[in-house]
Write a protein that binds this ligand. Structure first.
Ligand code: SF4
Length: 370
């Protein structure tokens, strides 16, 4: 599988935990930004004519904040320039409170068939604390607008004063309103974000508290028919995100727009994080990349392990051998020995035991050291 990622770097306001490339005061640049996106799509497609792409993902930022015509135009451009699978999964991230019936209608007409809604919590005091630009009621209205569609909802664990009951009630609301996919992330306070101060002051939930809630979330979602297929992602059968699976299985992807990364063959490259620089570079007919690296065989092997172990299913040992010409068990013999109580081999796949999934980060660090 191969995917196309389109970054939309505009937001209404900045959430306190956010370190993504999102710029609340730049919305007036949306027209010129999208004109550049269309040009980048066209330019990138020239060397990718031999590939078929299976997914398109509008992420951000808040893609739903811009005029729907711009999103529709980007889909048209993708279809004009790339070989897009006619059954492609096309996802848009939505921030409740930035959509109306007209926008949803335009998205659906253009072929968007998956909606990823950022709720984070169904409690307004938490939403306010983290400076989300919507209320729980906005979420309910948004879900009613996309009733019957393929919907994923994001929930955060670890907020200041958050209780297990609040997390489960937030999930319950999402499921009752029709979500068939949940992304449930543990809050990671990044240095430089406002929430980092709360973290330093010990005001956020502790790692153990988050781990306890996570375990209950896994059980709750399972009881409600959503299986964990990646450490933070849960879906009803058949509703897993094809786009994200492409990342975790090291499929190829092209990313356009500010801060977007691509992986084509064994080259990874990333665009500038500055909107102005992006626009100026594209207008000057230059590539907006700020970094590009050719991955060595060792890099690729490690990435296969790192990403594969995030998935419940793990990764195929046979494919590993076919791709890299070496036996996984021999290359990583000592790390395997050290972590044998956490790992399992099943049907030719190596994976983290389900009960150890929450500590998979620690296991990966061992693989990194080799
Ligand atoms: S809506 Fe998303 S991208 Fe925008 S500020 Fe909040 S977390 Fe960041």
């Amino acid at each position: 599988m191969a995917g196309i990622y389109i970054h939309v770097p505009f937001c209404k306001q900045k959430c306190t935990y956010c370190d993504f490339a999102s710029y609340p005061k730049e919305l007036s640049k949306q027209e010129s930004y999208f004109a550049c996106l269309y040009r980048e799509l066209k330019g990138r497609a020239l060397s990718l004519k031999d590939r078929t792409f299976d997914t398109v993902y509008f992420g951000g930022g808040t893609p739903s904040i811009v005029s729907p015509e711009l999103i529709v135009g980007a889909i048209r451009q993708v279809k004009n320039c790339f070989n897009l699978n006619p059954n492609a999964e096309i996802t848009i991230e939505i921030n409740p409170g930035t959509v109306d019936e007209e926008k949803i209608k335009a998205y659906k007409k253009a072929g968007i068939n998956r909606f990823s809604i950022g709720l984070q919590s169904a409690y307004d005091h938490h939403l306010k604390n983290i400076n989300r630009a919507h209320t729980a009621l906005d979420f309910v209205k948004c879900m009613n607008m996309i009733k019957g569609e393929n919907v994923s909802v994001d929930i955060l664990i670890g907020l200041k004063g958050q209780t297990l009951e609040e997390v489960l009630k937030s999930l319950e609301l999402a499921l009752t309103l029709g979500a068939n996919h949940i992304s449930c992330y543990a809050l990671t306070p990044e240095e430089g974000t406002p929430i980092y101060t709360d973290y330093l002051n010990g005001e956020l939930l502790s790692e153990d508290e988050v781990a306890d809630i996570y375990e209950k979330v896994v059980n709750y979602l399972k009881e409600n028919g959503l299986n964990r297929y990646e450490v933070s992602n849960f879906a009803k059968p058949g509703f897993e995100s094809k786009h994200n699976i492409t990342y975790w299985t090291r499929g190829e992807y092209i990313g356009v727009g500010v801060s977007a990364s691509s992986l084509i063959e064994n080259r990874r490259f990333t665009n500038t994080f500055s909107i102005n620089e992006y626009i100026n570079t594209i207008i000057a007919n230059k590539l907006p990349e700020i970094s590009s690296e050719t991955l060595s065989k060792e890099d690729e092997m490690f990435e296969t392990v790192m990403l594969g172990l995030r998935m419940e299913k793990g990764f195929s040992l046979e494919k590993f051998k076919a791709d890299f010409g070496v036996d996984f068990n021999e290359v990583y013999a000592s790390v395997l020995q050290k972590n044998k109580e956490y790992l399992q081999e099943k049907d030719g796949y190596l994976s983290v035991k389900p009960e150890c999934m929450y500590i998979e980060n620690g296991i990966i660090v061992d693989f990194m050291k080799g």
